[in-house]
Design a protein around this ligand. Structure first.
Ligand SMILES: C[S@@+](CC[C@H](N)C(=O)[O-])C[C@H]1O[C@@H](n2cnc3c(N)ncnc32)[C@H](O)[C@@H]1O
Length: 331
């Protein structure tokens, strides 16, 4: 995506889905990212026309929410925005003095949490092209960024996060809260391991990283049978390449120096219960239950046993939001 001079289109896609979700009238299932709705305009939507979310912001909300692809993506963003927001607030309450957002794209937390983060450096890290585009958009749509926000560019696959953090004035003797949302699947394994190792080695004990990741069988399945958003990402030059080995999550992270803390499996009953229930006790998406059921059945029928098995394995392995902790150092 760097090579084509365009910003990461998946970063626009996720922000557009949050913008859409922020228009929900029921506050119990509303995406808190109201700033995304100001950042994503017609020019941004023109870059993601292959996904129906590009039309959603121009349609009446109650009509667009009936499209299963629009709803499904908005649902995903609802759960992940809320989970990560909650962890950010908790980390700052527990003494984090810096926030680093890896692969920030159109992340708006520096803006939405301006009051909470006052006086704390917020470092946004991304490819230069995506970052330059975002900076211009922030200027045009929001009139600028909070003074504590620092932008630094990186290619996680080729550069050391350590150098980048030093350039940004990051202090390794202060607790840091890191966010890596919707990024790990795009970064080759060595780059991802290096990034995690740097977080472990160059952050004060008590620091933590909120990581969204998939397991390897899910990545392999999506590479063999790219569908939906994964297919869009592939066509835009942002293929899924990395997944944590199935069933070895804890060991994998420990090897980089990080301890696995709280996890949330996307799509699990717990994720629904915590983040996607309406105030009236019904779950968000109940209106599409029949449509999703029919889709599942049609797909089941169309698949061979082998593909069905691989899909089941990928679903079982999972797609996660996880807290990774920098342990106390034993001297
Ligand atoms: C799906 S977007 C997620 C953006 C944002 N975190 C969010 O959740 O909306 C993936 C982001 O990862 C960034 N990214 C992917 N690979 C990268 C790499 N090797 N180096 C730096 N940034 C990368 C992209 O530029 C993009 O902003």
């Amino acid at each position: 995506m760097e090579a084509n001079g365009l910003p990461s289109r998946t970063s626009i896609l996720t922000a557009a889905a949050r913008a859409f979700g922020s228009r929900e009238s029921d506050s119990s299932v509303r995406n808190p990212d109201w700033v995304a709705d100001r950042l994503i305009g017609p020019e941004e939507l023109a870059l993601i026309t292959e996904h129906p979310i590009s039309k959603a912001l121009d349609l009446p909300f109650d009509e667009a929410i009936n499209d299963p692809d629009i709803f499904g993506f908005a649902w995903l963003m609802l759960v992940r925005t809320r989970f990560i927001d909650e962890h950010l607030e908790r980390a700052v309450r527990n003494g984090a003095r810096q926030v680093v957002i890896l692969g920030a794209g159109f992340d708006t937390r520096a803006h939405r949490f301006a009051e909470l983060l006052k006086g704390l450096p917020v470092i946004e890290i991304d490819y230069g092209t995506t970052q330059d585009y975002k900076k211009q958009r922030v200027e045009a749509a929001l009139g600028g960024a909070p003074s504590n926000l620092v932008y630094v560019s990186v290619d996680f696959a080729r550069e050391s996060l350590g150098d980048v953090l030093r350039r940004a004035g990051h202090r390794d003797d202060e607790k840091t809260f890191y966010i890596c949302e919707g990024v790990s699947m795009y970064v080759p394994e060595e780059g991802m391991r290096g990034t995690l190792r740097t977080v472990a080695a160059q952050s004060a004990p008590g620091s933590s990283l909120l990581l969204e990741y998939m397991n390897r069988s899910g990545i392999e399945f999506s590479q063999q049978y790219p569908m939906g958003v994964v297919k869009n990402a592939l066509d835009w030059g942002e293929p899924f390449v990395f997944g944590v080995p199935d069933g070895q999550d804890r060991e994998f992270f420990l090897e980089t120096g990080l301890e696995l803390g709280e996890t949330l499996k996307m799509g699990s009953p717990e994720s629904v219960q915590r983040y996607a229930m309406r105030a009236d006790g019904t779950y968000y998406g109940a209106h599409l239950a029949k449509v999703f059921q029919e889709r599942r059945e049609a797909m089941e029928k169309a698949l061979t046993d082998e593909i069905r098995q691989k899909m089941a394995q990928a679903t079982l392995a999972g797609y996660w939001l996880a807290e990774l902790k920098v342990p106390e150092r034993v001297s």
